[in-house]
Design a protein around this ligand. Structure first.
Ligand code: PLP
Length: 494
C-alpha cells in the first residue's frame, strides 16, 4: 500500500465541518494553544523522532522538570506523557504500601482506584456532597477528612480531587491543616486545575496550599498535546526515590518528544502572556448573557452559599443549569451539538458544562450564547419535566457495602457473572458507576447489599449511563467466585 492510499481510521472521525465550536479540553490543535499547528505542519511526525543523543535527551528532560517546578511553585516536577492517569497511579504507588489506608472521595477518578489496585491499599471512602436541587456532585468537607483520620489513625495519606470537573473547590488550606495535624500526606488530583497557579483570580492551587504532591492535566486547559500532564512535588516528605521508581514503572522508556515539547511550549505560553485575563473576561460576559436567558442560568459563586463543601469556584468553567427548560442536561448538550454546532465538555441531569480555555475567542462565546438563546426560545413552555428526568432526579445513592476484600484482591480473584437480583450478599468484582451522579455504587471487594440491588434495578429502568461495569445494561454483575478465591489466594480475605 502506498503512503497516499493510507487512510487512518482516526483521521476520518475528525468532524469536517469547519467552525464547530468546542468548549471542552483544548489540546494543542485548536487556536490559542501552543504549539501553533501550522508552524509544525507535516513536520509533526519528524519531530517525534528528531535525532538527539541519549545524554542530550536526558538533560533536556531534566531542564524541563526544573522549568515546570519553577513556574508551578513546586520543589520538583515530572513531565508525564500518559496523562494525569499515570500521575495518579504513581502518586498512590509512591505513598501507600500494601494494606495501608488511603482516604479518598468516593467519586475519585478511576485512575485513583487503579493506584489502589496496584498498590494493594485499603481505601477509606468519603461520600461527596450532592446538590439536591441540581443532582450535581459538589465536593467533600475538611471535617469529613478530619473525622476519617480520627477513626483511621493508621491512614497514611489523603487524596482529594480539586477542582472537580465542574470547577467546584473544597477548602484546600483547611484540608492541608487537618492532614498535617494527623501527620499524613496530602495528594491532590488537580487534573482540571493546571491554570490555577497562573492567575490570582482563580482558586488556590495545590502547591500554594502546601500539598505534598499534585498532578495536573496540562493538556486539558493549557494547550499541551493530549496526554501531556505534570506531577508536582511540594514537600520534603515525599520519598523521591520511590516516586521515581513508580513513574518509571508506569511511564514509557521513550517518552514522546512531541508531548514533552508541547508541555514546555504550553507552560511558557501561559507564563509569558496574560491569556487567562481574557478567558475570565469572556466567561464573565457569557455568564451575564446566559443569566438573561429565561429558563437558563450559569452557576457561579452563588453556589458557595448553597453548598456545605464548596468554598471557591473556577469561573472558567461555565456550568449551565437548563432545568428551567423542559429538557435534561443530556438532551440540551445534544441539541447544542447537533443544531447549534457547540460541543460541551459534559452533561448532567440538569446541567451542561462548557469549559472555556485559551483556545476560545469572543466570537466563540457569542456563538455559544446565541445557540443557548435560540435553544431556550425553542424549548420554553410550561415546566413539565419528563418522567425519565423525574425518575433520575429521585434516585438516591444507597449506603456503601462493607469492604470485604481490598480492591487488589478482588481485582485478581476469579469472577463469575450473575443476574443482579442473585448478587445479594456476594462480593463485587467490578466498579459500577451510574452517571448521574457519577459516584460508584460498588467498587471491587465490596459486599452487594439488598439496597444496592434495589437501586441498580431502578437505575436500569431510567436508562442512566453506567460506567465501570462490563454489562452496561446492568442486567448482570461480575462477582468474586468465593470458592475459587479461597483456593487460589490461600483463604486470605483482606
Ligand atoms: C478528576 C480527573 N482526574 C484524572 C483524570 C485523567 O486525566 P488524563 O486524561 O490526563 O489522564 C480525569 C480525566 O478526565 C479527571 O477528570
Amino acid at each position: 500500500m502506498s503512503a497516499s492510499e493510507f487512510d487512518p481510521m482516526l483521521l476520518s472521525t475528525i468532524d469536517p465541518r469547519p467552525r464547530r465550536l468546542s468548549f471542552d479540553r483544548v489540546g494543542a490543535g485548536r487556536g490559542g494553544g501552543p504549539p501553533e499547528p501550522s508552524s509544525l505542519g507535516d513536520k509533526v511526525y519528524k519531530f517525534d523522532s528528531y535525532h538527539m543523543s541519549h545524554a542530550t535527551h536526558v538533560q533536556a528532560l531534566d531542564n524541563l522538570s526544573e522549568f515546570i517546578a519553577s513556574v508551578s511553585g513546586a520543589r520538583a516536577a515530572y513531565p508525564l506523557v500518559n496523562g494525569t492517569t499515570s500521575g495518579n497511579l504513581a502518586m498512590v504507588l509512591a505513598s501507600v504500601q500494601p494494606g495501608q489506608k488511603l482516604i479518598v472521595p468516593r467519586n475519585a477518578h478511576k485512575s485513583v482506584l487503579g493506584g489502589i489496585v496496584m498498590s494493594g491499599a485499603a481505601p477509606v471512602f468519603l461520600q461527596p456532597e450532592i446538590s439536591e436541587e441540581l443532582r450535581l456532585v459538589f465536593t467533600i468537607r475538611p471535617q469529613q477528612i478530619q473525622k476519617a483520620l480520627q477513626e483511621h489513625p493508621d491512614a497514611t495519606s489523603v487524596l482529594v480531587t480539586n477542582p472537580t470537573y465542574q470547577g467546584f473547590c473544597l477548602d484546600l488550606a483547611e484540608v492541608k491543616r487537618v492532614v498535617q495535624e494527623a501527620d499524613a500526606m496530602l495528594l491532590v488530583d488537580e487534573a482540571h486545575g493546571p491554570h490555577f497557579s497562573f492567575h490570582d483570580g482563580l482558586p488556590m492551587s495545590a502547591m500554594k496550599a502546601g500539598a505534598d504532591m499534585a498532578v495536573q492535566s496540562t493538556h486539558k486547559i493549557l494547550g499541551a498535546c493530549a496526554q501531556s500532564s505534570v506531577l508536582l512535588v511540594g514537600s520534603n516528605r515525599v520519598d523521591d526515590h520511590m516516586l521515581r521508581m513508580a513513574i518509571s514503572l508506569i511511564g514509557p522508556s521513550n517518552p514522546s518528544r512531541l508531548f514533552t515539547a508541547s508541555l514546555e511550549a504550553a507552560l511558557r505560553h501561559i507564563t509569558e502572556n496574560s491569556l487567562l485575563d481574557q478567558v475570565l473576561e469572556m466567561c464573565e460576559e457569557a455568564r451575564r448573557r446566559i443569566d438573561a436567558i429565561p429558563g437558563v442560568r450559569a452557576i457561579g459563586r452563588d453556589i458557595i452559599e448553597k453548598s456545605r463543601s464548596v468554598v471557591d469556584v473556577d469561573l472558567t468553567k461555565l456550568v449551565v443549569d437548563v432545568s428551567g427548560l423542559n429538557v435534561s442536561g443530556y438532551r440540551a448538550a445534544r441539541l447544542l451539538h447537533d443544531d447549534y454546532g457547540v460541543s460541551a465538555e459534559m452533561a448532567g441531569a440538569t446541567t451542561v458544562t462548557l469549559v472555556v480555555t485559551i483556545g476560545n475567542t469572543r466570537e466563540d462565546i457569542d456563538r455559544c450564547v446565541t445557540g443557548l438563546e435560540q435553544m431556550a426560545k425553542r424549548l420554553r413552555g410550561p415546566r413539565v419535566q419528563t418522567s425519565q428526568l423525574l425518575h433520575i432526579l429521585a434516585l438516591q445513592t444507597p449506603p456503601m457495602g462493607r469492604q470485604v476484600l481490598v480492591p487488589r484482591a478482588a481485582f485478581f480473584a476469579k469472577k463469575i457473572r450473575v443476574p443482579v437480583p442473585e448478587s445479594v450478599g456476594k462480593i463485587s468484582g467490578e466498579s459500577v458507576i451510574p452517571y448521574p451522579p457519577g459516584i460508584p455504587v460498588l467498587v471491587p471487594g465490596e459486599e452487594i447489599t439488598p439496597e444496592i440491588v434495589e437501586y441498580l434495578t431502578s437505575v436500569r429502568r431510567t436508562g442512566v449511563e453506567i460506567h465501570g461495569s462490563e454489562d452496561r445494561t446492568i442486567g448482570t454483575l461480575q462477582v468474586v467466585d468465593e470458592r475459587e478465591f479461597l483456593h487460589s489466594v490461600g483463604g486470605g480475605w483482606s
